[in-house]
Structure formats: C-alpha cells, structure tokens
Ligand binder design. Structure first.
Ligand SMILES: [Zn+2]
Length: 186
C-alpha cells in the first residue's frame, strides 16, 4: 500500500492498477494452498517463493509498457526478499535451498529442526510462537501499518477502501495464532 500510494501520487493509477500492485505484495503466500507438494511441506520451497515470478511479471510489464505491472513485479520481489530475513526462502529456486539471514531460527534449530518441532503438538507452533515472541517483528508490523495508513491518507485517500483487506489478513493470522496457543496449553 505504501508503494502503491506513492506511485499513485506520481503517475496516477486507476483502482485496478492500485489493486494489482497490492496483490503483488501478498500473492506469493497463496501458495500455502499447494503446501503438500512442497519439500518438507514448506511453502517457501515452491517456485512462488523464488525470484522467478517477479522477473516474469517485470519483463511482461516492460514489454507491455505498463507501469503498474512493473510495480506489481517489484512488490512480488520485495515479498520474497523480505522472507529471506526471518526463515529464509528458496530464492533461486533451482538449488532447492532456503537462503537468507534466517534471523528467527538459530543454526542449531535449523540443523536439528525435528527435535525442536517435537516439543510441540503442532509443528506450526514452533514457527508461530517464534514470530509472535519476536518484539522486533511486532514493532516492524506496527510501524509498517502506521506508514501504510499515513501514505494512503496523504497520497491515495480515494482508494483507502482497500484497507479492510489488511484486516482480513490480520484476522486470519491472529486466529491461527490463538488457535495454536490453545492447542499447546491443553
Ligand atoms: Zn511469503
């Protein structure tokens, strides 16, 4: 929304263009629907979490000379790039390897993952709790939310109706978090 709003200020986007830029930022995560085909059942090993879709979309944007599509491709890239920081992602696809700084997981946890996952009733709890216990992650979430609102109010107030999408995503993540919390304390 920050990128779409700033772009709208400079080049003037219609609502569909504004929307596809935002869609680019989270489209990759719909690959959770295909998680059963992924190595280690990790959706970040799928091609959708590599650099490939963003390169294709950017090339198409250049061919059709359509700025919104180029920006959509940039948002696709930013998503997978940011994913390299917390758990890593299969950025280059063909090496079939999670790359990145993987701030949320220690070397020991990464190498002996099964041992750590076994401490929980649900495997997802390990990842979920690590994220929600990370104060830096939550602070970044809060700051980005405020910037998102600020930039859309200043630059694209007419498209602010898209904000409920954010809350749908937030509700989905928080309800999963509280469900896992309930399962683990039982
Ligand atoms: Zn992702």
């Amino acid at each position: 929304m920050i990128i779409a709003s700033i772009s709208h200020y400079f080049i003037g986007l219609n609502f569909f263009e504004y929307f596809i830029i935002i869609l680019g930022a989270f489209a990759s995560d719909f690959d959770v629907l295909f998680v059963k085909y992924a190595r280690d059942h990790n959706h970040r090993m799928l091609i959708t979490h590599s650099i490939i879709p963003s390169v294709i979309v950017i090339i198409l944007g250049v061919i059709f000379n359509w700025h919104a599509l180029i920006l959509c491709g940039i948002c696709l890239f930013i998503h997978v790039f940011i994913d390299t920081f917390d758990w890593g992602t299969n950025l280059l696809y063909f090496p079939k390897k999670l790359v990145g700084l993987k701030f949320l997981i220690t070397k020991d946890e990464f190498e002996n993952l099964d041992k750590y996952l076994a401490q929980y009733k649900q495997n997802e709890s390990f990842f979920d709790f690590k994220y929600y216990n990370c104060k830096t992650c939550l602070a970044i979430e809060g700051i980005l939310f405020l910037l998102m609102i600020l930039f859309s109010v200043i630059n694209a107030l007419e498209y602010i109706i898209i904000v409920p999408l954010y809350f749908i995503g937030l509700f989905f993540h928080l309800s999963l978090h509280f469900k896992l919390k309930k399962i683990e304390v039982k």
